[in-house]
Design a protein around this ligand. Sequence first.
Ligand code: CO
Length: 461
Amino acid sequence: MNKKVHITEVVLRDANQSQIATRMPRSDFEDILETMDQAGYYSMEVWGGATFDSCLRYLDEDPWERLRFIRSRVKKTKLQMLLRGQNILGYKHYSDDTVRAFVRKSIENGIDIIRIFDALNDPQNMATAIDECIKAGGHAQGTICYTISPIHTFENYVKLGKTLEKMGCHSICIKDMAGIMSPQVAFELVSALKKELTIPVYVHSHSTTGLGPLTLMKAVEAGADGIDTAISIFSGGTSHPATESMVYALQEMGYDTGVNVKICSKINEHFKPVQARFLKEGGLNPSVLTTKIEALNYQIPGGMLSNLISQLTAVDKLDKLDEVLVETPIVRSDMGYPPLVTPMSQMVGVQAVTNVLTGSRYKNISKEVKAYCRGEYGASPAPINKTLMMMALGNEKPYEGRYDDTIEPEIPAAKKYLGDLAESEEDVLSYVAFPQQAEKFLKERRNKKALKVTYTIQEAD
Ligand code: CO
């Protein structure tokens, strides 16, 4: 029998996030969900990452309701989400009670697989989410964030893979958020993990640098159990290799993806006008669709590079870009080589810009970098540079134990504050995760409901 390769379709989460800043409303995909359920995907990534924040902040949608709706239409395909470990779907560490409740409720509302990652690859930051996911009957997928640095060796990645397996993860994902993993590295890394682990290995990459499809192909040849792809109209550039192309190539090579290309074509036809509208209305910048090799040269993810450019443009200092690009790897090395993924990419970038603009390294240090030095984000991959530590903390000592143990439970206080504004535990969790956006959303929802009641009464007259 042909070797099976699982396909995870990411159009509703990562492609949506990478190409159109997660602005796709439910109305753009609700009619195609039942067809997607028939396509033969192993799973569909539909929730988590920035989708939660974006629903509340821009789309006036209850993210939980979105998930329940998808579940009601997608009955047999597994639903998958991305979770930032102890940061859940936000940008800071939350208390253990929040992480546990969030994971439990995600599964209760329809998620099957939770891909759990940490920006520092610190297993401690993934432990609570993994434990709760397993307890709640979910599939816990532990994640290795791929980055390039002197300390990110195959040996260290395999060690992390083994730790995640020991923690009870049902599978492992190699997450190449910047699209900088080369085909050869993918081949060697997947081979090494397959040799040492018994659980399945999945590979997530992006097309940003043009390596994506090659990297996924070599990963499959090395024995990867599954890959992430996006339906063709939302593939390429900062998004992912195209589902149909990968399926075509893999089937021809004798792999069984289980994906029905005829159904893919229906799905693609559905999303064509959606893409066209975003392109026409400016929600999709054509520059994200092209291949950008800079990430390979500077080893800076595409999203981070455009952030650096916009920060410098805002203060009319774009002429300093070359200096910032030299400064960025220095800051990253001083910080112990964190992978450049949210929130570390922002922290490193802002600090590099500050260093260049003030003309003095670490004269001004952001409160986030200070918190990082204190240990509030977990363990840095390599030790933090001593000078940076001194400049950031002075005589203050960093945390010795687990910082998260010092965070008070957040749910009881949030419940009390919201009172009857929260109609469910999900509402409370939305508030804990994104207080301002959620409170605004919940208040507007209440107002709309009050309005509805008035109309009903008038109609009764
Ligand atoms: Co991604």
